[in-house]
Ligand binder design. Structure first.
Ligand code: GLC
Length: 444
């Protein structure tokens, strides 16, 4: 086919799609990737997990989508809260080449593996067909995580970055006019306030964060490491046992065992939700969590409503604050038997209205940049705009096909150090060795 014929075909497909994208004769219609006009119909399965309130919210999104497309049914497949369980659930279905789920949310941390495994349908032909505007999404995140080898595989539903939540009222009560900028300041404030508050509340802790052996621990570790000038990999080689990383891990250990401002169950139980609940029940001064905690802390039934401030995480002296890049991306299974409906669902989820809804109702940091200037969003979640630099400079975890295995090694050794079973140096030396072996297996 000549280049000219190809461009003519492309132009006619484009014109046709624009014409067909509206509501024709009162019924919502769509075009298939071959360009044929069809009424959108059939069933898709959408797999999603998260905090319980988040999954409930997805049910509402689905209902609105079904109202718009009466011929379509979307079945919600409820997944776990934990990212690794969500990943395993999808990996099982994809390895079995199952046509369900058709569409799902993926942690930014495992996109590398999903793309390398060829489990995702490239979205480029849909984008072209619908003349879909990609420029409204965070370009840095799309380029980093959703595109590989020039193809687009997913879109960012929301972007996470680690943040420091603090009790405004308590800082004020004890004479502090702003949140801590360095980790050492955080320790000083937490020790002083914890001591005083314990007199009336024996369950009070200075600082709660994610220390259990799971993915969230890697996210927290990255923040201490980078805010001390360290890093996990360079030029494809692991650098886990750098002295600045050992120092950062020592500080995490000290938060629990030396300064005693973080509870001992940090390394056995603390994932996002227990951390959030401890803070929300009024039992902590500082909390490290993702943006979703904001909406829940300020809900009408929250004991800390209107008492919470939010700031970038502290850093070590002479270094800069660092937040881990998290977040969830939507993509279509290569084995889906209803990709057109799945794509229409993605467009719906990424629409201005839905993205605004996520920010307003869940406190999520939308993947669409135009929503940030919306007056309702600015009024309800002012930190999203104020902390934009934190989101834009967030540090990604290594984007490699073997990330899940890499993460497991890091989790195991960081957690062993937190539990006092190994010194930070021993733990990171051992992790370094195991990661080097892992990379060898992958031909690195
Ligand atoms: C959040 C982040 C995700 C991270 C997970 C760890 O869901 O968005 O990227 O892996 O927390 O628990």
């Amino acid at each position: 086919m000549s280049g000219k014929t190809l461009s003519l075909i492309l132009i006619s497909v484009l014109v046709f799609s624009i014409a067909a994208s509206g509501c024709i004769g009162g019924e919502q219609q769509s075009t298939t990737s071959s360009g044929t006009k069809t009424k959108l119909e059939g069933k898709i399965v959408f797999a999603v997990g998260g905090a319980p309130n988040e999954i409930d919210y997805w049910q509402k999104v689905i209902e609105e989508f079904q109202k718009k497309y009466p011929g379509v049914t979307v079945e919600l497949k409820r997944q776990a809260t934990d990212t690794e369980q969500r990943r395993l659930d999808l990996v099982n279905a994809l390895r079995a080449k199952s046509s369900d789920p058709d569409v799902f949310l993926m942690d930014v941390a495992w996109l590398g593996q999903f793309i390398a495994s060829d489990w995702l349908e490239p979205l480029d032909s849909y984008v072209e067909r619908d003349n879909y505007d990609l420029s409204v999404f965070f370009q840095s995140v799309v380029n980093l995580a959703d595109k590989q080898n020039g193809k687009l595989y997913a879109l960012p539903v929301y972007i996470d970055a680690g943040l420091l939540y603090y009790r405004k009222d308590l800082l004020q009560k004890y004479g502090y006019d702003k949140p801590p900028e360095t980790w050492q300041e955080l320790v000083e404030m937490a020790q002083k306030i914890q001591k005083e508050e314990r007199k009336s509340n024996p369950n009070f802790w200075g600082f709660v964060w994610q220390g259990k052996q799971y993915e969230g621990l890697v996210c927290d570790f990255v923040e201490y490491v980078y805010s001390n000038g360290g890093y996990l990999m360079k030029d494809g080689k692991p650098t886990l046992n750098l002295p600045q990383n050992v120092e950062a891990l020592q500080f995490m250990v000290d938060l629990i065992h030396k300064y005693k401002i973080s509870p001992p169950n940090t390394y056995t139980e603390m994932t996002e939700e227990p951390v959030r609940l401890t803070f929300q029940q009024g039992n902590a001064l500082f909390e490290r969590n993702w943006p979703y905690a904001w909406g829940l802390h300020n809900a009408d039934d929250s004991p800390v409503k209107d008492k919470v401030g939010i700031a970038p995480l502290p850093h070590f002296p002479g270094h800069k604050s660092a937040a881990t890049l998290g977040g969830w991306h939507i993509g279509i299974s290569k084995y889906s038997d209803n990709k057109d409906v799945a794509w229409e669902f993605i467009k719906f989820v990424m629409s201005y209205e839905q993205q605004k809804g996520f920010a307003m109702n869940l406190g999520w940091n939308p993947g669409r940049t135009d929503v940030y200037n919306d007056p309702d969003v600015v009024a309800k979640a002012p930190h999203l705009k104020e902390l934009r630099a934190v989101f834009e400079n967030a540090v990604p975890r290594p984007i490699v096909p073997y990330y899940p295995q890499l993460s497991k090694i890091i989790q195991k050794y960081i957690n062993a150090a937190l539990a006092g079973k190994m010194t930070p140096k021993e733990a990171l030396d051992q992790a370094q060795k195991e990661v080097e072996d892992l990379i060898k297996q992958y031909g690195g």
